[in-house]
Design a protein around this ligand. Structure first.
Ligand code: ZN
Length: 92
């Protein structure tokens, strides 16, 4: 679930020190009032943080440079090397 950042409309809040974060489901409606003090607040427009699950896939060239060998499946039990220093084909 993404975490959204909120700020009070007035720009300051005694109870949440001006800003707070809230974990929301995508289906949740945005908060309009601060849950701590009840004053009007708004969601700060920023890219939601999706945590560690969104790690980018390593590119093949990146893998090769770091000594990994990657294979792709080319047939039943047969694998062909796409990058790296290992044998060109593998049979499983
Ligand atoms: Zn507040």
């Amino acid at each position: 679930m993404p975490i959204y950042e909120y700020a009070p409309d007035a720009g300051a809040c005694a109870q949440c020190s001006g800003r707070f974060e809230r974990l929301e489901r995508l289906s949740d409606a945005p908060l309009t009032r601060c849950p701590a003090c009840g004053q009007p607040c708004h969601r700060v427009p920023s890219a939601p943080s999706l945590g560690t699950g969104g790690a980018q896939r390593l590119k093949e060239s990146h893998l090769g440079r770091h000594g990994f060998t990657q294979y792709r499946k080319v047939g039943k039990g047969q694998y062909e090397k796409t990058v790296g220093k290992g044998p060109d084909t593998l049979e499983a």
